[in-house]
Ligand binder design. Sequence first.
Ligand code: 5RP
Length: 218
Amino acid sequence: MNQDEMKKASAEAALEYVESGMIVGIGTGSTANHFIDLLAGIKGKIDATVASSIASEERLKSHGIPVMDLNSAGQLSLYVDGADESTKQLHLIKGGGGALTREKIVAGASEKFVCIADDSKLVDVLGKFPLPIEVIPMAQSLVARQIVALGGNPVLREGFTTDNGNIILDVHDLEIMNPVEVEGKINQWAGVVTVGIFAQRPADVLILAGESGVTTYK
Ligand code: 5RP
């Protein structure tokens, strides 16, 4: 199995969490795209979805899957999304696709967050994958200086604007030993919209697909 087939296998395993009449929160990225494509096969089972990005919304609609606004949907039963890194504690780095803010909102509005990934995403300590931070453009230098003071190396994601009209700083060389604390700290900085650590609201279920099959962590 190649990496893309593993992503698809993890997405397939997440289908068992979809129950009749649910409004399902949908993540962003290539693994989430597999989930969207598979969800199309059982679209009659669910009431609607809430998308975490314009890209996912368009893909859902292209399959004829109804998409709702989160404010109309209220509390969601289920959120399914990929990740850039995960620990066995189900703390995540997300935002490689730049959709971290809406992803964190939809995850926060969901009772159960099922994270789907290939097993290359499993790490002991978060931070080898550059940590994305969504920042209000005028705060770029201010936030960058604070990242440097924390020991990280911020790199502007060139030519990229989030769905919310902001920039992304990708932070290299930051070993995140205490994800809950670091998430809270960075979130407090003026100009930071969202930091891509998902630890205060971690995943509830992690489905990892590898050569030897699918493993589920809870
Ligand atoms: C997008 C994300 C994605 O979940 C993350 O980047 C993983 O992407 P992929 O499924 O393509 O490996 O956080 O903002």
